[in-house]
Design a protein around this ligand. Sequence first.
Ligand SMILES: *Cc1c(COP(=O)(O)O)cnc(C)c1O
Length: 453
Amino acid sequence: MEFISTRGFSDSVSFTEAVSQGLAPDGGLYLPCQFPDLSRNFDRWENLAYDELCFEFFKFFATDMDTSVLQGCIEKAYQNFSVDEVAPLVSITDKWQVLELFHGPTLAFKDFALQLLGNLYEAQIERTGKSLTILGATSGDTGAAAISGLVGKEGVEVFILYPNGKVSPLQERQMTCTGASNVYPLAIEGTFDDAQKTVKEIFADLSFREEVGLSAVNSINLARILAQSVYYLYAWLRLDPSLRQTTSFIVPTGNFGNVFAGWLLTKMNVPIHEFRVATNQNDVLHRLFNSGEYSLSEVCPSLAPSMDIQVASNFERLLYFMMDQDTDKVREVMHSFGHQGRYCFDDFMPVGFSSSRASDDEIPSLISQVWERHQYLVDPHTACAFKDLDPHQSCIVLATAHPAKFPSVYENAQIEIPTSAVLESLLSVEPIKYEVGVDADAVRSFILQKLAK
Ligand SMILES: *Cc1c(COP(=O)(O)O)cnc(C)c1O
């Protein structure tokens, strides 16, 4: 299978190329150029274990990989999860289920993609002998998950930018206490969006990309999206067939990668009812889905920091389909958005989405409500999903992080502070981080200096 760029100015590439490049050379994001019809496999797939389903799914896309290598990468990725089911589905009412995506090594859903991506990179380096430099920006969880997926991997150097003082102390420890010599957490002065902008600028520097073998672990990487599609499929196949066409997925959303991964299944003949984009107070997407206007405003740090985002990178992938795969139109919208910070769509009607917004005032009470009514403890990101949730609607809420990652939120709610042994073990390790200017030049020279050593 070939993969094409949303901006139409790059050649199509194979799976392994799309994965190692991350961002396409024309600045667009990769998407499959055609989609398999998954519906004929539903019966056969219903009882597969998580890694087996993942393998069946990836075989459609990773057609330039040796299947036994692919299988090895997948098996190894999900062995690091702490529960056999990998992604357990827990009923909290007769209508609502929670898909727990926080049983990976860093206790957030990003492990699903990044444990696998680390193995895909490793397989590729083994095959080509070419080392890779990984560069990413994080609002907290991506960095931790990327680092965990890449720690100690031969031939990979990892540089992760994060906004100093704006990730939770535990998230920072997850990035800075690995003790690994191939990992460089860079604390920059600025917001996540500043960090992401610098990363994008460095990716646009094609000669630098070539020179250091740059690859992206942000959710612009296609392998991340595809790896995330798998748990939607896994959960959907576990629904009673009578509920499959009426159940909504409720998705705590920042960069739009997670919810897009689910939506992509609808292109493969998986008839999912609806996706709800649940934002925090940084509500660019909620405003977009309500008014058709995509417009930036200041990032306002919230209790759900991994969703503190204004530029939702993966929206470009949905845009590509909304524009009927017309890459000229995608470029036009992205250009105008890049220059003016806003774009107004006429008749904005992406099928199959709704949205909600939970402010910081609401998050603690949503956590208490879910706890009191259902004896189920959610983290502040997952709490956003419960805003305006219809008790009569069958739905699957994606629980994106383990509550123990965000202990301070529970102090005021008179709920016992959740703990996790994995996180506690980090407290005894000395953190190592680097303070670097947020401009692209400073980051580029830091990378070159570290690679030269
Ligand atoms: C990254 C993250 C999100 C947002 O996911 P996107 O793919 O960026 O929309 C939500 N919750 C948690 C806990 C996260 O780490």
